[in-house]
Design a binder for this molecule. Structure first.
Ligand code: F6R
Length: 348
């Protein structure tokens, strides 16, 4: 069933263009199906997301897209939401982002929200899952089955589905729909032309790996670090680029490559970040368009084609998935079944 790939993870990374075409089908011209109560929810009451792990990173990505459209939004880790729920006012909406639809922490948070009177929506991959059944409504990400423990294609499908949702809730056309229709081909281009195997080899002896970005690239930095630690067992951290100087910079040395993710809308500030870490001797890998100023300043580039800045994070994330995969291979890790982890975490 791996269809010639050595691992499910690599197969699923390569299935992303197809998965995204499926997620988008019929939803660009007609708009994605959204429950009326979400379309009509009161202005100023935040759309609250609850999720865990990779799905939480997709939720953070969505928060950025909604806020850019003037819609108040927040993402909480589901385990935190369940133990310390925020006060929910009338008209509150809570969106559970969960690939499996079975993650106990996310189900717990959704149940708390529902008990407190909020309307709940599941954004999930699995029709008939507990989240899909228990929430007031569900939207499906249509990624197809994901076998590898590391979530890859489901993250991309979540982001695309949530981008469609953000645009549907927005008052004005932001141009993202046209860009979304070209994203499967752009992602294919990244997969066909990646230099991730060489970059993985160059830094295989690193003592730690740092990922930094702003805006949607911040969520991608967290996801890049999670994927790398999960399957390679290497120390990796993601930071908002602006936070480096408030502490994490103390960790930066010539042995810690810094992956600077730049999506096209924070170029000047990211150049500053690159200079900050280079001054401490760290090699910089720019994950961005090759013509960008950040690429020019970096030692190495993991290139992505030019696209809408809100979608460039998805392309950058595919490069980081491949970086994790190839690093784990070099270190001889069991890519599809990393130690201590399960595909679906059904205990709180
Ligand atoms: C990471 C990973 C986990 C899941 C998390 C939530 O690669 O797979 O972090 O994203 O356990 O799972 P779902 O989306 O099924 O709720």
């Amino acid at each position: 069933q791996k269809e010639g790939y050595d691992h499910y993870m690599l197969k699923e990374i390569h299935e992303q263009p197809m998965a995204l075409r499926r997620a988008l089908r019929g939803r660009i011209d007609a708009g994605i199906e959204v429950p009326a109560w979400l379309l009509d929810h009161p202005d100023g009451v935040p759309v609250r997301f609850v999720a865990c792990g990779t799905s939480y990173h997709a939720a953070l990505y969505a928060v950025e897209l909604l806020q850019k459209r003037g819609i108040s939004a927040q993402a909480s880790l589901a385990s935190e939401f369940a133990t310390s729920p925020p006060p929910l006012v009338d008209g509150s909406v809570v969106v559970g982002v969960t690939q499996s639809g079975e993650t106990a922490d996310t189900l717990g948070a959704l149940r708390r929200a529902s008990e407190a009177g909020a309307r709940t929506l599941a954004v999930t991959n699995v029709v008939g899952s507990t989240a899909a059944r228990e929430c007031d409504d569900a939207i499906f990400i249509r990624a197809g089955p994901e076998i590898g423990v590391a979530a890859t294609k489901t993250f991309s499908s979540q982001v695309v589905t949530l981008a469609l949702l953000a645009e549907r809730l927005a008052d004005a056309d932001t141009g993202i729909l046209q860009a979304l229709s070209t994203v499967p081909d752009a992602l294919q281009y990244v997969l066909d032309h990646t230099t991730a195997p060489q970059v993985a080899r160059t830094y295989a002896d690193a003592s730690a790996y740092f990922f930094v970005g702003r805006g949607v690239a911040h969520s991608v930095s967290l996801e890049g670090a999670l994927k790398l630690k999960e399957i390679s067992y290497e120390h990796a951290e993601g930071f908002p680029a602006g936070e480096l100087k408030h502490g994490p910079l103390a960790l930066v040395t010539p042995e810690t490559p810094v992956f600077a993710i730049e999506t096209g809308d924070h170029s000047d500030r990211m150049r500053g970040t690159v200079e900050e870490v280079q001054a401490r001797g760290a090699p910089v890998v720019a994950v961005t368009h090759p013509e960008s100023a950040v690429a020019a300043a970096a030692e190495t580039v993991l290139p992505i084609p030019e696209t809408h800045p809100e979608l460039a994070g998805l392309l950058a994330n595919a490069q980081l998935q491949l970086l994790s995969y190839h690093t784990a291979r070099l270190l001889d890790r069991p890519v599809d079944k990393p130690r201590n982890l399960a595909k679906s975490v059904t205990v709180e």
